[in-house]
Design a protein around this ligand. Structure first.
Ligand code: AP5
Ligand code: MG
Length: 190
């Protein structure tokens, strides 16, 4: 089984590129953001807990997302691997993921990182706000907090995966098609 971490700042294009990636490599796409938004829409206890954190642009507790991911690993059949979009997002989550995979003698295959400058993050999120109506895209101060949270808590993962030779950075600027070609060129070798 392959375990790909799909990494990148808010608005980098993770969700946009995921569909083509899962199709080409027969993966299960697991986006913790999408899973949490589904819990909120269904007004589950977990959703109620996550709602105010997400709408303020803060992370939900590590244990919540770790539990969701482990349940999906257990219940998903018939794929050649997983594409983890938006998880891990902290060093603690990355360590928890390593621990989960170790139990079945597996490991992260690679961290595929879509990188764009902060100015482009603003542009892309402003564009998506008009289309998707995500609560955390609507307010500039929430978007700022998501970007700051990314730099403070998530960016250290670059070094975490680089140290073990598993960090693969993709230039996320340019057209969707161009970025996809770069991703495939990297992932075909992993
Ligand atoms: P999450 O849903 O993961 O949001 P995010 O990381 O902020 O990332 P986005 O979904 O905003 O960006 P994306 O990279 O998918 O961009 P997209 O492809 O849509 O998380 C939301 C919240 O949930 C978090 O803030 C946190 O509260 C919580 N959460 C989630 N995971 C968690 C975890 N592990 N731990 C704790 N809390 C967690 O693209 C953006 C826009 O750009 C789109 O309109 C798209 O059409 C456009 N676009 C994409 N590529 C291009 C291109 N090449 N050219 C032009 N436009 C493009
Ligand atoms: Mg997304």
């Amino acid at each position: 089984m392959k375990y790909f971490v799909l990494f990148g700042p808010p608005g980098a294009g993770k969700g946009t590129q995921a569909g083509a990636m899962v199709e080409r490599y027969n993966l299960c796409h697991l986006s913790t953001g999408e899973l949490l938004r589904a819990e909120i829409a269904a007004a589950t206890p977990l959703g109620l807990q996550a709602k105010s954190l997400i709408e303020a642009g803060n992370l939900v507790p590590d244990s919540v997302v770790e539990g969701m991911i482990e349940a999906k690993f257990r219940d998903t059949k018939g794929v050649d691997g997983f594409l983890l979009d938006g998880f891990p997002r902290t060093i603690a989550q990355a360590q928890a993921l390593d621990g989960m995979l170790k139990k079945s003698a597996q490991a992260v295959t690679g961290c595929v990182s879509i990188m764009i400058p902060d100015a482009l993050i603003h542009e892309r999120i402003a564009h998506r706000a008009n289309i998707e109506g995500r609560a955390d895209d609507a307010k500039p101060e929430v978007v700022e907090n998501r970007i700051a949270t990314y730099h403070a808590k998530t960016e250290p993962l670059i070094e975490y995966y680089r140290q073990v030779g598993k960090y693969f950075e993709i230039d996320g600027t340019g057209t969707i098609e161009k970025v996809r070609e770069r991703i495939f060129a990297t992932m075909d070798k992993l």
